[in-house]
Ligand binder design. Structure first.
Ligand code: C2G
Length: 129
């Protein structure tokens, strides 16, 4: 069983997130997603439109996702990888290099972001509408 693990806020769920999940699901047999809690988003200086429970429910509904866990701090990844026996940690390349320290316990991959869409841009375009 090849397990893939990723993390994110996934606010205002969009095709960039879906395409990431689709690609991640093709790398192995199960995809586990850590969804950032509202408290952790504060630490990330992010304010999500949807609360953690709503974002979790949306991500859980995605056919490419097998399991969702809460992401409540920066330090949990290593423990999660070991506990969940993840073979690959993968995330968008906006994080390129940031998680290379995990490569002693799993494969670390950075996937190309989907261009032309982001939650930030969606919020900005709605704000002026
Ligand atoms: N993403 C993407 N294409 C986009 C937008 C986002 O591939 N157009 C990817 C990001 O690269 C990331 C994931 O979708 O891998 C989730 O993005 P965010 O919700 O912005 O999450 P982020 O703030 O990057 O949180 O500990 C890791 C952090 O929790 C990651």
């Amino acid at each position: 069983m090849k397990t893939i693990l990723t993390y994110g806020t996934f606010d205002l769920f969009h095709v960039g997130h879906i395409r990431l999940f689709k690609r991640l699901s093709q790398l192995g047999d199960q995809l586990i997603v850590g969804v950032s809690t509202d408290e952790f988003n504060t630490l990330k200086n992010k304010s999500a439109y949807f609360c953690y429970q709503e974002r979790r429910e949306i991500v859980e509904s995605c056919k490419y996702v097998d399991m969702v866990i809460p992401e409540s701090n920066w330090q949990q990844k290593r423990g999660d990888i070991i506990r969940l026996q993840a073979d690959i940690f993968a995330i968008g390349d906006d994080w390129l290099g940031k998680f290379d320290d995990l490569s002693d316990i799993c494969k670390v991959m950075y996937l190309k972001r989907t261009k032309e869409i982001s939650t930030t841009d969606i919020k900005k375009s709605l704000a002026v509408a």
